[in-house]
Design a binder for this molecule. Structure first.
Ligand code: ADP
Ligand code: MG
Length: 168
């Protein structure tokens, strides 16, 4: 009898860009080969800040910005970081043509900004992270995450599970 996919979710608060980067750094430090992080949230929410943190955690030394002129940026680190921004993509075909989740992804870590634009095209086993403005202050963000599959549940548990909702 098939068992339901394992999953785990949670919510964190970020009070400053450095908090969001610290959350990303924990993910980068704990990430195993093949990790897929799907970032969702409006423009200016902090998806790229989170990605910069993931890059730091992976030991990436170069500057990480949203891939503006190419569809996917690659950064060497402890594991190779593949950074896709689906904002300007016409659709899934363009993303996959640009190399999203090609053979090399199994050895690296893939981070997709605007992952909701690729809804239904990403593998089920991944870590979704939604970053949203959170009421009160200009720098307040609510970060909700949902991991599916053993590897991504393990990643989320290691990097995010122990953080308290109010952690800075
Ligand atoms: N708590 C926070 N977390 C992340 N970014 C924040 C936070 N508070 C303010 N900011 C600012 O919001 C902006 C987020 O930009 P960016 O990460 O490029 O967003 P996105 O990639 O989601 O469009 C940055 O200018 C950052 O300094
Ligand atoms: Mg961005």
């Amino acid at each position: 009898m098939p068992t339901a996919a394992t999953s785990l979710d949670g919510t964190l608060s970020s009070h400053a860009p450095a908090d969001t980067r610290a959350i990303g750094r924990a993910l980068g430090e704990a990430a195993a080969p093949g990790a897929l992080v799907a970032l969702i949230g409006p423009l200016g929410a902090g998806k790229t800040q989170l990605t910069k943190g993931i890059a730091e955690g992976l030991g990436v030394s170069g500057v990480v910005n949203s891939p503006t002129f190419v569809l996917m940026n690659e950064h060497p680190g402890r594991l190779r970081l593949f950074h896709v921004d689906a904002y300007r993509l016409e659709g899934p075909d363009e993303a996959f043509a640009a190399g999203l989740l090609d053979d090399r992804a199994a050895d690296g870590v893939t981070v997709v900004e605007w992952a909701d634009r690729l809804a239904g095209w990403l593998p089920d086993e991944r870590l979704d992270v939604t970053v949203e403005p959170d009421g009160a202050g200009a720098d307040e963000r609510r970060i909700t995450w949902h991991a599916t599959g053993d590897e991504h549940v393990a990643l989320a548990a290691a990097a995010l599970g122990a953080r308290r909702a109010a952690d800075r």
